[in-house]
Design a protein around this ligand. Structure first.
Ligand SMILES: [Mg+2]
Length: 384
């Protein structure tokens, strides 16, 4: 069996997201954006697709498929996933996101070939996982957050994660790209949420890398008093040493790194330097193969690894990993009027349905476990 076709299926979708020139912050208007699914087919009629989960996951460009992916993968055996992963990971043209996209496509092909979910190919551990509601940033006042947290609690969530003021000045109500951060106003939000939901809801804070070390220590001590469970990615991840100091200063577990490059290899270094207490990764960092290596590395060190955002690809990894290592599913990002995640228009399958006990029911295949809506895709195609 050989890979005989690799193509990008491009189509438009209406984005309701929050893209700004700073990546995170101001609310943007609704707009049409191009999205793409990678298709890999074989000379004996098998195929796989790369729907790992919209909107967070890496979407390749046509020139990457033509100039980087095809020269390396055409004619190869698609079941040689580890060999191909090693080749891609050493190829300077492949970003970690592109490796992840292609790796997920190869896993999807193997799943469709066998009629099994990726989690069953890996060896399944469970079919559901505790969810936390993950807010969008910059939702408003502490009272706005408190009301939303209560809405989420009533919807069944047992846990809630705050993204507070990120590249946003809550006093002037305008973009504050980069710096300064607003630690006092962030703590006011955290306190209002705790007071609203009571003591029995698990709470987390994710400042998305905007604090200095001094600010991170100050906020960390405040949310320790508020009994928050973990404190995610509070500073930029280009430096390990401030994280090592932060971990030694605080009792609350630090969760990360989330965005540091080099997947399992950098995360092993952070763990050995005691620069994190709970690991973090997602399939943008090397796909199913890369995340499986990372999760197993953390497990071997006796650490948890909280998977960043949901989606079908991450869901398959969670399904194949025990709760002792991956405890929560990140459901969001939720606006003030949302307690559920929307299903993108090109899918017939909701990605992360939640039961009344606040558990996400994990996808069970075949492959990644979604059903594409070809009527939508074909009527919204982008010409090459
Ligand atoms: Mg985060």
């Amino acid at each position: 069996m050989k890979i005989s076709e690799i193509e990008l299926i491009s189509f438009s979708i209406t984005a309701t997201g929050r893209r700004t020139k700073w990546g995170y912050g101001e609310q943007g208007p609704e707009r049409q954006v191009q999205y793409a699914i990678t298709r890999i087919a074989t000379d004996n009629g098998l195929e796989g697709y790369s729907e790992q989960g919209y909107p967070y996951f890496y979407s390749p460009q046509q020139d990457e498929i033509d100039n980087i992916v095809k020269p390396l993968l055409m004619g190869e055996d698609p079941l040689d996933r580890e060999r191909l992963w090693q080749l891609m990971a050493r190829h300077r043209g492949f970003s970690e996101g592109l490796v992840g996209n292609i790796d997920c496509t190869l896993w999807d092909l193997a799943g469709r070939m066998t009629g099994l979910s990726i989690s069953r190919l890996l060896g399944r551990a469970r079919n559901k996982i505790k969810a936390y509601a993950s807010t969008a940033p910059n939702l408003g006042t502490p009272e706005d957050y408190a009301k939303h947290a209560l809405d989420c609690k009533r919807a069944g969530y047992k846990a809630y994660k705050v993204h507070a003021n990120i590249y946003w000045d809550p006093i002037k109500k305008e973009a504050a790209p980069g710096r300064p951060a607003f630690p006092k106003e962030d703590v006011d939000i955290c306190r209002a949420v705790r007071e609203a939901v009571g003591d029995d809801m698990v709470l987390m804070l994710d400042p998305w890398g905007i604090y200095t070390l001094d600010e991170a220590i100050w906020v960390g001590r405040k949310i320790e008093e508020l009994d928050y469970y973990f404190y995610e990615h509070p500073m930029h991840e280009r430096q390990i040493e401030p994280y090592r100091k932060l971990c030694s200063e605080l009792k609350i577990p630090i969760c990360g790194p989330e965005l540091a490059p080099e997947g399992v290899f950098s995360r092993a270094e952070w763990a050995l330097q005691r620069a994190t207490d709970i690991g973090r990764t997602d399939i943008n960092f090397g796909g199913i193969t890369g995340v499986r290596k990372t999760v197993d590395m953390y497990e071997a060190l006796g650490m948890k690894c909280e998977i960043h955002v949901g989606g079908f690809g991450n869901g398959q990894i969670m399904s194949a990993t025990s709760e002792d290592t991956c405890e929560y599913y990140e459901r969001g990002l939720l606006g003030l009027d949302m307690v559920d995640t929307p299903t993108p228009p090109y899918l017939k399958t909701p990605c992360d349905p939640m039961d009344e006990d606040g558990n996400v029911l994990l996808p069970d295949g075949p492959g990644l476990g979604y059903e594409l809506d070809w009527d939508y895709i074909d009527s919204h195609r982008f010409p090459r």
